[in-house]
Each structure stands twice: as structure tokens, then as C-alpha cells.
Design a protein around this ligand. Structure first.
Ligand code: SF4
Length: 265
């Protein structure tokens, strides 16, 4: 599969010029079949036992939450608020929290890092520690993301993510159902958008009027913490704006790399 590269603007009908919708939304062949397969995977996740969606509030995750709501599936939503999210992301989180409060089948829970661990890390290493070494960046991700993630996934039989194969080389073999966590943690990881294109994601968002992070309009296809996300330019890889000072091979925060969580240094 070809990995996403930042596309040159090509306005789509009924979308504000220059918006992410205008740039990316495409009705591509096979979309309806991919959508049907995604709906079937979400139903299977819900049938697996207690299930949650891990939402970064990115475009893919907003699509999945919309599908969970439309299908009225008992899949809770959780968001990791690292304490360093963009104001635009926090505003979307507030909006989504209010929306999900009216959805009894899919409550939204926010997980935050343990404050004492964050305070100790920043006191020891400083605010810009993540830029000094990959090890320090991963240490920051471990305390702000991985530890809260472990709490969020505790007791769950399934979790749902918005991973897509074309997002990066590291994700090029993402399966629709990942069983690698079953033996150790007793749960399945569902990736219902694994074979969706970036055009598919925005086609769905346009079709259903799904709310999305306005940072996507500012050339940020992949959005993380504010200090670790920048806009990208035409031709750059999809995740070039994440930890851009590191080699590509290091560009995962640990949420979606093996060995399973809990084994990271
Ligand atoms: S993305 Fe950056 S700021 Fe956020 S947890 Fe990881 S290193 Fe820390």
C-alpha cells in the first residue's frame, strides 16, 4: 500500500476552499464495501465483551465515534489528555464530551497522567526534555500516555483504534483484528479503518457532517501534543509532523508498538 503524502489542494464541492475537506474528501472505488466491513468489525468488537475506543480526536477517530453512535454500540470512548494538547484539541474534546453525555451506550472518559509523576519529570528534565533524546521523549510519552492507557484498557476485552495502513511504514501491515495482546492481556485490538484511505476518511466526514479538529485545516494530518506536532508541506509523509526531529523509525509513542504495553522502558 502507498503511504499517504500531503496532497496539493483540489477543492471538493460544498467545502470551504483550503479546508481539509476540500483537500482530501474523495469518493473512491470500493468505499461502500470498506464501510460495511468497518461496521461489521465494530459490531464484532462490541460483541467481544467490554470494549472501548481509544480516541486521539483525530479525523479517523471522529469517524469511528460517529459510527459507534449511529450503530448504537456499547463501546465506551476514552481520550488521553496528556496535559499538553492544543487548545483546538481541547475545544473538540469539550464538544465531544457534551455530545457523548447524551449517548448512554458510549460514555466518554478522559484519562490524565499522574500529576506527581509529571511534576517530578519536568522538575528533573525540564519542559523541553522530549527534544534532547529519543529516550527522554519516550519517557515523556510513557508517563503522559502509556500509563494512563494501561488504566483505560484495564478489564477491557477489546479496544478499537483508528490505525490505517497507509499512515506510515510502521503501520503498513496493521491487521483488522490484532490478536497479539490476547495471551498477555486477554483482549483484542480492532483496527476497523486499517484499509481506508485518507480520502475515505474525509469522504465519510463530509457525508455525515462529522466534527473535526480545525488543526487538520492547518496542514496537520496527524495531531498529537502541541510541542510534538507541526504542520507539514506538500509531498511530506503523513506523520512527518510528529516528532520531526527524530528518525522515522522512532516515530511511535508506544501506544501501538510491540511488545505490548507494560513492557516499554
Ligand atoms: S507526544 Fe511529546 S509532549 Fe506528548 S507525551 Fe509524547 S513526548 Fe510528551
Amino acid at each position: 500500500m502507498t503511504h499517504s503524502r500531503f496532497a496539493a489542494p483540489s477543492p471538493a464541492p460544498h467545502s470551504p476552499a483550503g479546508s481539509a475537506l476540500a483537500r482530501y474528501a474523495r469518493a473512491e472505488p470500493g468505499f461502500e464495501a470498506r464501510l460495511a466491513a468497518t461496521q461489521a468489525l465494530l459490531r464484532q468488537a462490541a460483541d467481544s465483551g467490554p470494549a472501548v475506543q481509544a480516541s486521539s480526536l483525530g479525523a479517523e477517530d471522529m469517524v469511528l465515534t460517529d459510527l459507534i453512535n449511529r450503530l448504537r454500540l456499547p463501546i465506551g470512548i476514552f481520550v488521553l489528555d496528556t496535559g499538553l494538547l492544543h487548545p483546538q484539541t481541547l475545544a473538540l474534546l469539550q464538544r465531544l464530551s457534551e455530545q457523548q453525555a447524551a449517548q448512554a451506550h458510549a460514555p466518554l472518559t478522559i484519562y490524565r497522567p499522574r500529576q506527581e509523576a509529571v511534576v517530578a519529570f519536568v522538575a528533573r528534565e525540564g519542559d523541553e526534555a522530549m527534544r534532547r533524546s529519543v529516550a527522554l521523549r519516550k519517557a515523556c510519552c510513557a508517563l503522559r500516555k502509556l500509563e494512563p492507557l494501561e488504566r483505560a484498557l484495564h478489564g477491557q476485552a477489546a479496544w478499537v483504534t483508528g490505525l490505517r495502513r497507509e499512515q506510515s511504514e510502521a503501520r503498513s501491515e496493521v491487521p483488522p483484528i490484532d490478536t497479539s495482546e490476547r495471551a498477555r492481556h486477554g483482549r483484542l485490538k480492532f483496527n476497523p479503518l486499517a484499509d481506508w484511505s485518507w480520502g475515505d476518511v474525509w469522504h465519510y466526514i463530509r457525508r455525515h457532517g462529522v466534527a473535526y479538529n480545525p488543526l487538520h485545516d492547518q496542514h496537520m494530518p496527524s495531531i498529537g501534543c502541541a510541542p510534538c506536532t507541526r504542520a507539514i508541506t506538500a509531498g511530506e509523509p503523513f506523520r512527518a509532523g510528529r516528532w520531526w526531529w527524530e528518525d522515522d523509525a522512532a516515530k511511535e509513542c508506544g501506544l501501538h508498538v510491540k511488545p505490548p504495553i507494560g513492557e516499554h522502558p
